[in-house]
Design a protein around this ligand. Structure first.
Ligand code: ADP
Ligand code: MG
Length: 391
């Protein structure tokens, strides 16, 4: 590379030595094709980071290629540094067999895993994530850089669930009017123009528009949990992508409003000229604050909420009638002191001895409720269980 990065290259052992002297590696956070990412602790400060360790010794003939693409990734990461929604590169160690990239740590991992946990995201959460992603991308595109591998696996979430765009391994800096032709990225997220120029050898090429297509695929997936073009047979999936064949027909889309659908429609446009740019996407109605205020009135939802409120009020009013918590020891030793047990015991007593109660004889009835042991029985009870109440 042209930059003075060559000055950073250390003899083999030294790069690794210097990394291990400064950082203590911990558990694996993720793996790539030729890299392992581990949590690590900076010994001097105790701060946590994520170290991407690229082992060039395993790559045989490919080593040079991996080295070049990693150095290009580092160069691009430095160009896009300082944005709140782009991963921050903290430190780099390079040698002929290893490259260590030390990044800020994203404790909440990949958006991919988060989505797998929650299955789908609400419109509000999708808006939050997509806005941050577009803002990161606007910064990337403003530097004439195309990312080319946008997908939920490469969108990390920090402690506050804010987006951190990462993995600039396929990113490329474009010269004015330059077009790209190579096929790279992940099948489900590939843009039609990228497939077209590879399948039909058309010399049209592609540029930043491919990232906007991928954003359309990501947004669709966040809202309903499944991607728009997926098919068991990859060839059919690729054909669907090239024809822009997808739908909002699945039942999950019924509860989703028109605004996010409109944004997806304007992103998943086969003709890249007619697709929204990142600045246009950020100006879309979906990201305007008024959007959630103008939401349609849902009578069923309000009725359900009203029922919940009434039930809640009734419960609060009845709170004083709720029995006190009952300890097992009291229930075992003196059940007659507990009101609900007393009722059951009295009911049983009345069933058995009810015929004793004579009409007009209140003394008789009181005897049935008597809770004081007879003098002659006291010594018997005290010597046995300590059970002091009987009827
Ligand atoms: P690759 O180019 O090999 O795909 P990535 O840079 O995408 O490498 O990292 C691979 C995986 O490692 C990510 O998908 C993620 O799970 C994890 N990872 C990478 N960077 C971080 C980070 N800063 N914080 C937490 N996890 C990370
Ligand atoms: Mg990756």
């Amino acid at each position: 590379m042209a930059r003075d990065e060559t000055d950073d290259i250390l003899p083999d052992q030294d790069a690794a030595k210097e990394f291990y002297a400064k950082y203590e590696p911990k558990e694996v956070l993720g793996r790539g094709v030729s890299s392992t990412v581990r949590r690590c602790i900076e010994k001097e400060t105790g701060r946590e980071y994520a170290a991407k360790i690229i082992d060039l010794s395993n790559e045989d003939n490919n080593a040079q290629c991996v080295r070049e693409s990693t150095l290009s990734e580092v160069h691009i990461l430095r160009l896009v540094a300082g944005h709140p929604y782009i991963i921050e590169l903290h430190d780099v160690f390079e040698s002929t067999t290893f490259i260590f990239l030390v990044f800020e740590l994203c404790r909440n991992g990949e958006l991919f895993d988060y989505l797998t946990n929650v299955v789908t995201l609400s419109e509000k959460k999708t808006k939050y994530i997509m806005k941050q992603l577009f803002e990161a991308l606007q910064f990337v595109h403003s530097k004439n850089i195309v990312h080319r591998d946008l997908k939920p696996e490469n969108i990390l979430l920090d402690d506050n669930f804010n987006v951190k765009l990462t993995d600039f391994g396929f990113a490329k800096i474009l010269k004015p009017d330059e077009k790209l032709f190579d096929l790279c990225g992940t099948p489900g997220y590939l843009a039609p123009e990228m497939l077209r120029c590879n399948m039909f050898e058309i010399d049209e090429g592609y540029e930043q528009t491919v990232d906007m297509w991928a954003c359309g695929v990501i947004m669709y997936t966040l809202l309903v949990g499944c991607p728009p073009f997926w098919h068991r047979k990859q060839m059919i999936m690729l054909r669907n992508i090239m024809e822009g064949k997808y739908s909002f027909n699945s039942p999950e889309w019924e509860s989703i409003t028109e605004t996010p659908k409109d944004l997806i429609r304007k992103l998943l446009v086969v003709d890249p000229e007619k697709r929204l740019t990142v600045t246009e996407a950020l100006r879309h109605e979906f990201f305007q604050v008024t959007h959630f205020k103008t939401k349609k009135f849902d009578a069923k939802k309000y009725f359900r909420f009203a029922i919940l409120c009434v039930r809640c009020l009734i419960r609060i009013r009845r709170l004083k009638f709720t029995p006190e918590p009952l300890s097992i020891s009291v229930a075992a030793l003196d059940p007659y002191r507990v009101k609900s047990f007393r009722k059951v015991i009295d009911n049983c007593a009345f069933r058995v001895y009810g015929h004793w109660v004579k009409k007009g004889d209140c003394q008789n009835r009181a005897a049935l409720f008597e809770n004081i042991p007879k003098t002659e029985m006291k010594h018997l009870l005290q010597s046995s269980t300590g059970w002091t109440s009987c009827f």
